[in-house]
Design a protein around this ligand. Structure first.
Ligand SMILES: Nc1ncnc2c1ncn2[C@@H]1O[C@H](COP(=O)(O)OP(=O)(O)OP(=O)(O)O)[C@@H](O)[C@H]1O
Ligand SMILES: [Mg+2]
Length: 615
């Protein structure tokens, strides 16, 4: 985590002001205008009262009859009017602040979302990314407005302080100096406190997230079954409590330190203050100043002390708020690793030679184990290619590289002979229909679940039903209470819940609705029953016609239908051919195939079959 940026850098407010302005120019103007009115009203009131006093004491003033009294009335009405305007400005300012606080928080949330969408997938595997995100979302949103309100009260108090200091300066420069000397330690320690707090928030982001995670497991539907079935709720509650106790303890420690320092520095400041008062009194006793001046200086002194405190704490708060806001900028400034080309190549349509993976090696960022090692394969349009291999052999990793969620460390992947890096990622991904192994289940209507695959599609487009038919989910959807418009979760009113296999079909429909040239399926039938799987492949060839299809599967009933099969082992392509060729080769494929086939072919009890499978 970054060190605090230093006092002056910490008071750079341009980005904060810009955030507030961008969130709502209108309400910023309204707020600023009411602030100006609010600060003018007291001065104007003083002026009106000066006119009242002047007129009362003037020889031809109000005392000389009716017209004079009317003029006095006018002045009093003006003063009343000013008071009303002042109250109105206060109310409008409060209202503007309320509205702005929501607008600014939403605006910042949108910025975080926009950045998250563009962020490399690699960041989602980085604890530091989550810490940054957590802080950007949790600490930042309230800060810009707090900065604005600190700034305005700082301006008001600062002006008052400057005036009072001018008076005091006329009396004695040393008194002013003493006041400042006493004030500086107060400020220094407030800044240090803000730094310590910021540092602590950085350090505890990970434990905060972990405690948040335990809370989520305990309170959301996703894990509710296992929490109950295994009864591990109390265990997680215990871990949650331990984490919170530690976090609270650290916060209390910093807070205790802060208040101790505040007590010491403020006592010193009070000492300096009373010293200065004693000095004024001494001057009066020496008769070097008049009683009137004593009253004036005492008054000025009270005002100076009264406005010095809020000015100092205003400065410190400004610093602290800006410091915490810096976590938000840090998040927005995270660089992109999967780079967009400056001159993207237009995506060819239709593909003729298709997709080639050429000598690709890859390890996940921040790790040193090679996951793909010199992998080469080809998928031509009109061809269904299968990729098989044991768990962890790198199949899913390859699909992520094809979608350019990561770039290879060496080698290249090409479409029509051009490196994927030459295309805009948006254009490339636009040509891919993908169903990931851990496909998404979105708590929106079934129709929307499909439309997400092609967001520009109008909700009534026949392509939606066509995709659902291909995926074998159309009949199920029509039987739901609101048909395609039923919300796919019982968390929301009138929702319905699908089975896992039905969810998988919905994910397939989402991919199939897309007008793409590459179909990428990672275990597309893992949850389908035998009949559904059979039907799926009956339709798949028709659906995939003219497109390139790459399918990953552990099910040989699926794999054997492919035109070509690649066998991946430990990140390397070890075999290639169609089903019959690979069985004849009698290598890894033949071994895996026979192991699975033995479940079906041999009428053995489970224990015996297990011995075959894992031998
Ligand atoms: N995000 C990641 N960061 C670091 N390592 C990862 C990441 N994702 C996967 N791995 C590692 O890469 C290896 C290959 O994983 P991958 O998901 O590609 O396997 P797979 O062939 O799809 O396996 P399965 O058949 O179980 O789906 C695994 O050993 C895994 O630990
Ligand atoms: Mg996988």
């Amino acid at each position: 985590m970054k060190r605090p940026p230093g006092f002056l850098e910490g008071l750079r407010l341009d980005r904060a002001l810009k955030l507030v302005w961008q969130a709502s120019p209108k309400w910023t103007v309204v707020g600023f205008a009411s602030l100006v009115v609010q600060s003018i009203v007291p001065l104007a009131t003083v002026y009106v009262f000066k006119r009242v006093v002047d007129s009362l004491t003037a020889p031809d003033g109000f005392s000389s009859g009716e017209p004079g009294f009317t003029a006095l009335l006018y002045l009093l009405v003006t003063a009343f009017g000013l008071a009303v305007v002042g109250s109105l400005a206060t109310a409008v300012l409060g209202y503007a602040n309320d509205i702005q606080s929501h607008l600014v928080a939403d605006h910042m949330q949108r910025l975080v979302q926009a950045k998250s969408i563009d962020m490399d997938l690699a960041y989602y595997e980085h604890p530091r990314y989550y810490d940054k995100l957590h802080r950007a979302q949790r600490e930042a949103p309230s800060r810009p407005l707090r900065i604005i309100s600190e700034l305005s009260s700082l301006a008001l108090n600062g002006l008052t302080l400057a005036g009072a200091l001018l008076f005091l300066f006329a009396f004695n420069g040393y008194v002013v100096l003493a006041l400042f000397a006493a004030a500086i330690p107060v400020l220094v320690y407030r800044i240090k406190y803000a730094d310590a707090l910021y540092q602590l928030f950085g350090e505890k982001a990970a434990s905060e997230r972990l405690s948040g995670y335990f809370n989520q497991v305990l309170t959301t539907a996703a894990d509710a079954k296992e929490v109950r079935a295994f009864g591990f709720g109390p265990l997680l509650v215990g871990r949650f409590t331990a984490l919170r106790t530690k976090i609270r303890g650290d916060l209390q420690r910093i807070s205790r330190q802060g208040y101790r320092r505040q007590f010491i520095t403020e006592s010193t400041a009070a000492l300096a203050g009373f010293g200065a008062l004693a000095f004024i009194a001494y001057a009066a006793l020496q008769k070097s100043i008049t009683l009137g001046e004593v009253a004036l200086y005492f008054g000025a002194f009270q005002v100076a002390i009264g406005s010095l405190r809020p000015t100092l704490s205003g400065l410190a708060a400004l610093y602290e708020n800006n410091l915490f806001l810096s976590t938000f900028y840090e998040f927005l400034d995270v660089p992109q690793r999967v780079e967009e080309p400056s001159q993207p190549r237009p995506m060819p349509r239709p593909w003729r030679s298709g997709l080639r993976v050429e000598a690709v090696s890859f390890r996940y960022p921040g790790t040193d184990r090679p996951i793909l090692d010199n992998v080469g394969l080809t998928v031509r349009p009109g061809e269904i290619v299968a990729l098989v291999g044991r768990n962890g052999s790198g199949k899913t990793t390859l699909t992520k590289l094809l979608c350019r969620l990561y770039d290879p460390d060496s080698g290249r992947i090409t479409v029509e002979g051009h490196d994927l890096r030459e295309f805009a990622t948006r254009d490339l991904r636009g040509e891919i229909s993908v169903v990931y192994q851990d496909f998404g289940r979105y708590h929106i209507s079934a129709r929307d679940n499909i439309v997400l695959g092609r967001p520009e599609l109008p909700p009534g487009d026949p392509a939606i039903v066509q995709a659902a038919r291909w995926a074998g989910i159309h009949e199920t959807l029509t039987r739901l209470p609101q048909g395609y418009d039923t919300v796919m979760s019982r968390t929301f009113a009138d929702g319905a819940e699908l089975s896992i296999g039905q969810w998988q079909k919905l994910a397939l429909a989402r991919a199939f609705v897309r007008d793409s040239q590459l179909i990428l399926l990672d275990e597309p039938t893992s949850s389908l029953d035998a009949a559904s799987e059979f039907k799926f492949f009956e339709k798949f060839r028709e659906m995939a016609q003219g497109r390139a299809a790459l399918m990953i599967s552990h099910r040989f009933s699926t794999v054997r239908l492919a035109d070509r099969i690649y066998v991946l082992d430990g990140g390397r392509v070890v075999e290639e051919g169609d089903h019959d060729e690979l069985v004849a080769l009698d290598g890894l494929y033949a071994q895996l195939y026979r192991q699975q086939a033995s479940y079906y072919d041999q009428r053995k009890p489970l224990s015996a079959a297990k011995r075959v499978a894992f031998s």
